[in-house]
Design a protein around this ligand. Structure first.
Ligand SMILES: [Fe+2]
Ligand SMILES: [Fe+2]
Length: 317
């Protein structure tokens, strides 16, 4: 199974990559995997291995933790990754369906590509859930998470569609970057977790392109005033998610205490918080916001956004 390169074709919008629905649909049909092929039966997480690459987990700078404790923290961050991706898929799925619905009798490839996109996100929700179940069966202590997902999903979906589409585009390119920059060549990771990241990446490659077309379509149907507010709206959702991530880092510290059965000094907590907050921000905010392809689309939506977002993304590096 491999993702295909999608050849650009003609499009009306200047300044954006030119993707074609039929090519995206054909590429997505070549990627064909089932959740059951990745987890369940004898396919279990191996807790003797890390789950996330160090560039995302950033556990190594925490010198007050033993090697085993750093691995446990890496796995807690892996659990966050499963949960937070499951959570964002909860608002991506209805948004994509709402986008597809008004034009169900239009371009056949467009309708099929968006319905496949939605179906894949529903599959990903199941995928992340099953991996979390496996994790929680074996990890040995509870890992609390922010939420509930429905409340976060509702808060995001109350924003303007152009802002939401930009957030989704950020998430899709972020997934691509995680895999290509730091997962594909990491031989130390647990095989099942790496397989999840790889298979997610394979389908998200098509989503990133469909999202670009989705942003373009919503942009074309928006007023000048709505366009001018889109990047602010994207940043408002980003700062809402950032507040959630800060909460999650504190919950992770509690999970680490429970899992290791040891106490920490105030100084160690502050050290943990400083490193892990930035690690979590880079994982979910900085790595998407500074992605070249995302920035190109942001610049298309509002001139000057690329420089603005590059500056803001430095806070999440
Ligand atoms: Fe997904
Ligand atoms: Fe996706």
């Amino acid at each position: 199974m491999q993702t295909a390169t999608i050849a650009p074709t003609m499009s009306e919008a200047p300044g954006l990559p030119k993707y074609e629905f039929s090519a995206i649909l054909a590429a997505s049909e070549r990627v064909n995997w089932r959740v059951e092929d990745l987890i369940g039966g004898d396919k279990r997480l191996d807790f003797s291995k890390p789950f996330l690459p160090e560039s995302l987990a950033r556990v190594e700078p925490l010198a007050f933790l033993s090697a085993k404790e750093r691995r446990i923290l890496n796995q807690i961050r892996g659990h966050d990754y499963l949960y937070i991706f499951g959570l964002v898929e909860e608002f991506i799925l209805p948004f994509v369906l709402d986008h597809a619905r008004p034009a169900l009798h239009g371009n056949d490839a467009r309708v099929r590509a968006f319905l496949k996109f939605a179906g894949e996100e529903a599959k990903h929700i199941d995928l992340f859930k099953r991996f979390r179940e496996d994790f929680l069966q074996s990890f040995g202590s509870p890992c609390e998470v922010i939420g509930p997902p429905e409340a976060i999903s509702q808060a995001v979906l109350s924003k303007h569609p152009l802002a939401i589409a930009l957030v989704i585009l950020h998430i899709e390119w972020m997934t691509q970057r995680h895999f290509v920059d730091s997962i594909v060549n990491d031989e130390k990771l647990d095989a099942q977790f790496k397989s999840l990241l790889k298979h997610h990446w394979m389908e998200e490659a098509q989503h990133a392109k469909l999202d670009t077309l989705m942003v373009q379509a919503i942009f074309e149907g928006s007023t000048e005033e709505e366009r001018a507010k889109a990047i602010d709206g994207y940043l408002e959702i980003g700062s809402m998610l950032d507040a959630g991530l800060a909460q999650q880092v504190k919950l992770d510290f509690e999970s680490l205490k429970r899992a290791t059965g040891r106490g920490f000094t105030q100084e160690e907590f502050e050290w943990f918080h400083e490193v892990q907050l930035q690690a979590t921000r880079w994982t979910f905010l900085g790595s998407g916001m500074s992605h070249k392809n995302f920035l190109d689309v942001a610049e298309f939506v509002q001139k000057g956004s690329m420089a603005r977002l590059e500056t803001i993304a430095q806070l999440f590096s």
